[in-house]
Design a protein around this ligand. Structure first.
Ligand SMILES: *Cc1c(COP(=O)(O)O)cnc(C)c1O
Length: 418
């Protein structure tokens, strides 16, 4: 293939399309949206490939060829159980975090309650929990949505005070996906245990990023997802403590010990286990480094950009999460201009970025609508360097100043300040 070179008039060998692609690749590309999804580790992609093309047997089949796939799934189950201090037979593979949340909540109510059952959750949960709870309410259940403080922390005393005779489940997330706040899960677990109420935690953001021990933390059910830890999308698991009467959620075949029907996602599960191990090993060693890069980002932004704040708890926080609000700024414009600079960020969560409503999490921590609208979440990975952060902050300063220079509200505000 050749194309015409405008400058020399000669035909050239490089196809135009190829040139464009390399231009994009050669330009800056800084991915700071790891809370939305992550890149699959190249070594994980390589390791799962044979489970598509060679060891493609259905683990439920009898012949020895399928046994290889079955063994790989059981090894994965053991590896994952080890990461959270569970037993392998307490891990049930699912199609991701949303399915695990739906399963834990709906099936617990089905098994332990009936119409009139009471569930306690919080106002800052992921929509996979919140919308499931709304569904329960439409089906005759009662749900308490607990408030959080200005940093997004749930008060364990509020959880205890909300428990009633008909309470069957407490569901509180381990770490918030927008503002990164890490909740007092062990304390809440202890309260649940003492009152004989089951405790579920959505640990999708926390899994492999912070240490988890389901027994020490008194967790009965825990949801996790592959694509937040460097594994493919569409695979996750639900930890269910032995002895819990949780009904199956997907009906059909007898996979996952009769609890979750559907042909086993062998490549996904193998990838989930391998990526989990890589991420948790990395975080064991480098969580402090990542947290100091995060703090450097937060410090530069809040010190160098006027009228900016950092949302979420500054200490009880995921090592990779920074979340800001900029007054007089519209989050969507900020994201588009950052995109022009090759920077991927998010305003709130990926699930809400299609709507214009401000984030329910930012409203729950007490921010007024107009400030919550100017939010930006930047979430790091092991690939992000200090240089990337410096470039990002420099771009951000320029973009915020430019957007404010076009804002009549900001103009009025500055005039009144003087
Ligand atoms: C991403 C996420 C989910 C949903 O997980 P999927 O695997 O995408 O379904 C649930 N909860 C939290 C906290 C998340 O961050």
């Amino acid at each position: 293939m050749s194309s015409f070179d405008v400058k020399t008039g000669n035909a050239r060998r490089t196809p135009v399309l190829f040139t464009r692609v390399t231009e994009v690749i050669m330009g800056r590309f800084i991915y700071l949206d790891n809370a939305a999804t992550t890149k699959v580790y190249p070594e994980v992609a390589k390791a799962v490939l044979p489970y598509f093309t060679e060891l493609y047997g259905n683990p439920s089949s009898i012949y020895s060829f399928a046994g290889k796939a079955k063994d790989a799934v059981e090894e994965a189950r053991e590896a994952i159980a080890g990461i959270i201090g569970a037993k392998p037979n307490e891990i049930y593979f699912t199609g991701g975090g949303s399915e695990s949340d739906n399963w834990a909540i709906k099936s617990t109510v089905e098994a332990y309650g009936s119409k009139g059952a009471h569930v306690i959750t919080t106002k800052i949960e992921h929509h996979a929990v919140l919308h499931t709870c709304e569904w329960l309410e439409n089906n005759g259940c009662e749900v308490t949505y607990l408030d959080v403080d200005e940093n997004g922390l749930v008060n364990p005393a509020d959880v205890e005070a909300a428990i009633k005779d008909n309470t069957v489940l407490i569901s509180v997330m381990m770490a918030n996906n927008e503002i990164g706040t890490i909740e007092p899960i062990a304390e809440i677990g202890e309260i649940a245990r003492r009152h004989g109420v089951l405790f579920h935690t959505d640990a999708v953001q926390a899994y492999c990023h912070v240490p988890i021990d389901v027994n020490k933390m008194n967790i009965d059910m825990l949801s996790a997802s592959g694509h937040k830890v460097g594994a493919p999308k569409g695979v996750g698991f639900l930890y269910m403590k032995r002895g819990i009467r949780n009904k199956s959620f997907l009906h059909g075949g007898a996979q996952e010990r009769g609890k979750r029907a559907g042909t086993t996602n062998v490549p996904g599960i193998v990838g989930l286990a391998m990526a989990s191990r890589i991420t948790s090993d990395y975080m064991k060693e480098h969580a402090a480094d990542m947290a100091s890069l995060r703090d450097y980002l937060i410090k530069r932004v809040t010190e160098e950009i006027p009228y900016s704040i950092c949302n979420g708890d500054r200490v009880k926080r995921l090592p990779n999460n920074a979340n800001f609000c900029f007054r007089f700024i519209e989050g969507e414009s900020l994201l588009l201009l950052l995109d022009n600079k090759g920077i991927c960020g998010s305003s709130g969560s990926a699930c809400t970025s299609a709507s214009l409503d401000p984030s329910h999490v930012l409203l729950a921590i007490g921010l007024p609508h107009e400030i919550a609208h100017g939010s930006l979440r930047l979430t790091l990975s092991s690939e992000i360097t200090k240089e990337d952060i410096d470039y990002t902050v420099d771009c951000l300063k320029e973009i915020v100043a430019r957007l404010r220079s076009m804002s009549p509200l900001y103009d009025d505000f500055i005039k009144n300040e003087k």
